[in-house]
Design a protein around this ligand. Structure first.
Ligand code: SPD
Length: 280
């Protein structure tokens, strides 16, 4: 039976896709829905917010992963906090230089559901370089005693409710603590159209910790407004100092990302530049 599965925000905006339920359950942390749709293939929603879909996931995962991976000094070790659908680790593991990827996802039931029903997204679960930890990413960032990572990614939900802790200064400090020299931290930083305040708060917090902070932009069709942002934070790399060998290999495997998109994504629309100037 088809029905409109609507994501809403504060009773002000909604985005819906005609869907059929494949799985709907409540975990310890959130409501997990996997739906089938004509336009986007299978989708994953957590607490009734769209996270990803088979048809449009590449926009999001390629943009989260490749700007840091083509510009970090080294890329042997990467960490993903969240990312239970497996799309981000799949993109990381495309690089032959990567020796180890650790993924820390708080909700084991998300991983289970995605492994079973979204195998087209998580195609790298059996890669021997991947270690999956079911645990709290905030705690990991703060306390884990591990070798430094070259790239740390936050692939979480919106900073509302249970994911709020993944966007505060202490968590960002933990991520910085885990980075080695030349390392890059990147995260999704919400829609600059309707969540401008949240976007600016993320930037402000990151700027208080990292020397270099650059937001970048792109489309994610199933997210409210379709216009999304990610942010790149580092102490000792730069988004425009690109490793040519990595770029020329990876851009051939991607559906959205390439060197032109990389450069263009970091361009700041004027209203955003002005808003950032005001928080700096
Ligand atoms: N508004 C939705 C933001 C969700 C970002 N994370 C999605 C997870 C995809 N791997």
């Amino acid at each position: 039976m088809s029905f409109w599965y609507d994501e809403t925000f504060e009773d002000k905006i909604r985005f819906g896709i005609k869907s059929r339920t494949l799985l709907s359950k409540q975990s310890e942390f959130q409501k997990i829905d996997i739906l089938d749709t004509d336009l986007f293939g299978r989708t994953l929603a957590l607490d009734e917010k769209y996270m990803t879909s088979e048809k449009d996931e590449f926009y999001y995962h390629e943009m989260l992963v490749h700007p840091p991976m083509t510009t970090a000094k080294r890329i042997e070790r990467a960490l993903v906090i969240g990312g239970g659908d497996g799309g981000a680790v799949r993109e990381l593991l495309r690089y032959p230089e990567v020796k180890k990827v650790v993924m820390v996802e708080i909700d084991g039931q998300v991983i289970e559901a995605c492994r079973e029903l979204l195998p087209a997204i998580g195609t790298a679960w059996n890669d021997p370089r991947l270690e999956v930890i079911v645990g709290d990413g905030v705690d990991y960032a703060k306390n884990a005693l591990v070798e430094p990572f070259d790239v740390v990614l936050l692939d979480g939900c919106d900073p509302i409710g249970p994911a709020e802790g993944l966007f505060n200064i202490d968590f960002y400090k933990g991520c910085r603590r885990l980075l080695g020299e030349g390392g890059v931290f990147a995260l999704q930083s919400e829609s600059p159209v309707v969540f401008l305040e949240t976007f600016l708060k993320i930037l402000k917090n990151l700027k208080s910790i990292f020397k270099t902070v650059h937001p970048y932009f792109g489309p994610v069709p199933i997210y409210i407004t379709g216009s999304w942002s990610w942010t790149y934070a580092t102490d000792s790399a730069h988004p425009f100092i690109i490793d040519e060998k990595r770029m020329s290999r990876i851009e051939k495997t991607c559906k959205y990302y390439n060197r032109d998109i990389h450069r263009a994504a970091f361009a700041l629309p004027t209203y955003i530049r002005k808003a950032i100037d005001q928080i700096s």
